[in-house]
Design a protein around this ligand. Structure first.
Ligand SMILES: *[C@@H]1O[C@H](CO)[C@@H](O)[C@H](O)[C@H]1NC(C)=O
Ligand SMILES: *[C@@H]1O[C@H](CO)[C@@H](O)[C@H](O)[C@H]1NC(C)=O
Ligand SMILES: *[C@@H]1O[C@H](CO)[C@@H](O)[C@H](O)[C@H]1NC(C)=O
Ligand SMILES: *[C@@H]1O[C@H](CO)[C@@H](O)[C@H](O)[C@H]1NC(C)=O
Length: 635
């Protein structure tokens, strides 16, 4: 009886204990929100850009990519790989001429096939400007991207795919912005969005909207270098994208290795440095619908990516970042070729603990986000592997939405519309040039414009300005010179720059506002930049020099003794230097890219050389015919 009583009491207590502990467990699991300590709601993928496989230079670009697949992809095991353009280099050995080379494309194809053999995954590639040099159309046989890239055959232009996971759908839209027809270099440095392409992208974007947890876009060009002919704002088109991944600008010659920004639409743009020279690649992870990424150099291990809490720099209104507040674990992806020994976590310089290995590359450490609810905090993760490679990653995070700001230069490069900017600068220069000459010509007495200095400094500055005003005024007083300068500058703005084969066997005409080829107008962009250079390197220096020559000639005419070599030093050498520089530009740049026609039928560049000599001749001839203004004319 007693034993029965004891037994049943024990049983009773035991079952109560069990149920209570069970219910406690369930309770805890309910409270426990993602991100948790399980390898769930998390996947990762890889981006590579600007590979530039070339048959003329740096033959290791393709073999290194293959090695990357063998040693990196097999280790990282991404869900897919995206390649954002410039798969091949498509430039001749002189780096000026351009054309699609079948050898380069075959090597790209072989490399990707070898990669897939090593690690079977899907490659999503898209055209870059180099892949569109000298390509008349998407379905033309000269479009080797179509035949030899991974996606080209099914998707000659923009496309999308949805990565379906048990916990959500993730749509990636590949944007093709390479101009069609694709001129030979350099006139497709800017991307171009026409109506048809925009509509296609709009469709893809709308399809993705209702059934995707997140939409990402990727393409070759930065948004600052894409011209949208009608709406003129590519960023509105991709406003539903949480991120836009691109390449094209490489690292701006090492100036900017982290070129990221956030647009007004909320989309975050992430430019990735090139594979070509820098062998960079990017690992991106989407953890509970929040994206984190790291840009890494090929061969550097371990690769460490903190996915929770995510970097405050990339706080996004398009992601459920509020989840970080309720998360129970710090989550870190660690990839390494060696065994990981420790994953050490500090927050605000205080040691939090060692993250434990969950599964695959995931490490987790329990944390209490309530301690960090306000403002910015810093998380530091130090990983040590068995070959004693140390890697420390430090990033700011915030749970209340505090954001840190992007570096100024990156913002400037990515958020501007460079097309509008160059257009604006070009027309301003033209306007100032022409109006200034007109005003001076209308002036009968230049001395009314002169500055009188009060002290030594203002006197000197005043003198400098006065003398150059006088020289410019002298130029405008010679009617033929005035018209020569005004009309030639107007011509740069309105006339054709050259007529040449902008594609092989396809004649095109370049104006500053655009390139006419195959019945299509590709908007100006780069031509405005060339226009600015031309005004600054030719029109302005020649104007100043002509004024100088006239002034000099007038002064020398009053002197009895002129030192030997005086004219050589003051006139001949500067003038000839200007002519030589401009001749070099005229015979190299465009003719090298588009053939000798560009030189023969090149009124702007080739015309400049003639204009220089005509200006010199007119200056010499008429210098003494202008009535003198002795007071200032002398000094
Ligand atoms: C994806 O979206 C669905 C529907 O909105 C949601 O139930 C699911 O939790 C999301 N997935 C993740 C990982 O957040
Ligand atoms: C997507 O959802 C919006 C409302 O949220 C609805 O108006 C629209 O028709 C939906 N589109 C599609 C393609 O289902
Ligand atoms: C994912 O897409 C499928 C259709 O492909 C749809 O039925 C499902 O609801 C989507 N899931 C989410 C979370 O939107
Ligand atoms: C997050 O936790 C707070 C309490 O800490 C709770 O009030 C809130 O409902 C939770 N939010 C979610 C989305 O679970």
């Amino acid at each position: 009886m007693l034993s029965f009583f004891i037994k049943s009491t024990i049983f009773l207590l035991y079952s109560v204990a069990i149920t209570s502990s069970e219910s406690h467990d369930i309770e805890q699991r309910k409270q426990m929100s993602d991100p948790t300590s399980e390898l769930s709601n998390l996947f990762w993928f890889v981006q590579v850009t600007d590979i530039h496989i070339s048959k003329f230079f740096a033959f290791s670009r393709a073999p290194d990519l293959k090695k990357f697949c063998l040693t990196h992809l097999t280790n990282i095991r991404p869900d897919f790989v995206i390649v954002s353009g410039d798969l091949t280099d498509a430039k001749y050995a002189d780096t000026r001429g351009s054309k699609q080379f079948i050898e380069e494309w075959k090597l790209y194809q072989r490399t990707v096939n070898d990669c897939k053999q090593a690690y079977d995954t899907t490659w999503f590639d898209i055209k870059g400007n180099h892949d569109a040099f000298d390509v008349p159309g998407d379905f033309d046989k000269r479009n080797l991207f179509r035949k030899y890239s991974e996606q080209g055959w099914t998707h000659p232009s923009s496309y999308s795919f949805t990565h379906v996971k048990p916990y959500g759908n993730y749509t990636v839209i590949a944007m093709d912005a390479a101009p069609i027809p694709g001129p030979r270099r350099p006139f497709n440095f800017f991307g171009y969005m026409n109506k048809e392409r925009r509509m296609k992208l709009q469709d893809l974007s709308q399809q993705a909207m209702n059934s995707s947890n997140m939409t990402l876009w990727f393409g070759h060009y930065t948004t600052s270098l894409i011209v949208d002919a009608e709406e003129n704002n590519i960023r509105n088109l991709m406003k539903d994208a949480a991120y836009y991944l691109c390449g094209h600008l490489h690292t701006l010659n090492g100036l900017l290795t982290r070129m990221y920004t956030r647009h007004n639409t909320g989309t975050i743009e992430l430019e990735l440095g090139d594979w070509r020279d820098n062998r960079l690649y990017r690992v991106l992870a989407i953890d509970n619908d929040m994206l984190s990424f790291t840009d890494v150099k090929y061969g550097e291990w371990p690769v460490v990516l903190i996915t929770n809490p995510k970097d405050a720099l990339f706080t996004s209104s398009k992601e459920p970042t509020y989840r970080m507040k309720n998360s129970t674990y710090i989550r870190i992806l660690v990839f390494s070729t060696a065994k990981i020994q420790s994953v050490d976590v500090h927050i605000d310089d205080k040691w939090i603990g060692l993250a434990h290995h969950v599964r695959g590359p995931l490490y987790a450490l329990k944390w209490n986000p309530a301690s960090y609810l306000h403002g910015l905090h810093t998380i530091k993760v130090t990983v040590q592997d068995s070959v004693n490679m140390l890697k420390t990653v430090k990033q700011d995070f915030s749970l209340d939405g505090t954001v840190t700001s992007f570096p100024f230069l990156a913002k400037m490069v990515l958020t501007n519309n460079i097309y509008n900017l160059t257009q604006c600068i070009f027309w301003m220069l033209i306007l100032i040039y022409i109006v200034l000459l007109l005003m001076l010509r209308l002036l009968n007495n230049i001395q009314v414009m002169f500055i009188q200095g009060q002290n030594v400094i203002t006197r000197n500055v005043g003198h400098f300005i006065n003398i150059w005003l006088l020289r410019l005024w002298l130029v405008t007083k010679i009617k033929s010179l005035y018209w020569l300068f005004t009309l030639f500058t107007l011509y740069v703005a309105i006339g054709p720059w050259f007529i040449a084969d902008v594609l092989e066997g396809e004649v095109g005409v370049l104006f500053v506002w655009g390139l006419y080829v195959k019945g299509t107008l590709l908007p100006g962009c780069l031509a405005y930049l060339y226009g600015i250079f031309h005004i600054v390197l030719f029109n302005i220096p020649l104007l100043l020099m002509t004024g100088y020559i006239i002034h000099y000639t007038r002064q020398m005419s009053q002197k009895h003794h002129i030192p030997r070599f005086h004219k050589l030093k003051h006139i001949y050498i500067p003038f000839l230097s200007l002519v030589i520089v401009n001749t070099l530009i005229a015979i190299t740049e465009f003719p090298a890219a588009y053939g000798s026609k560009a030189m023969i039928l090149g009124p702007v560049r080739t015309g400049s050389i003639f204009v220089s000599f005509v200006a010199y001749h007119l200056a010499q001839k008429h210098a003494l015919a202008i009535p003198a203004f002795h007071k200032v004319d002398k000094d």
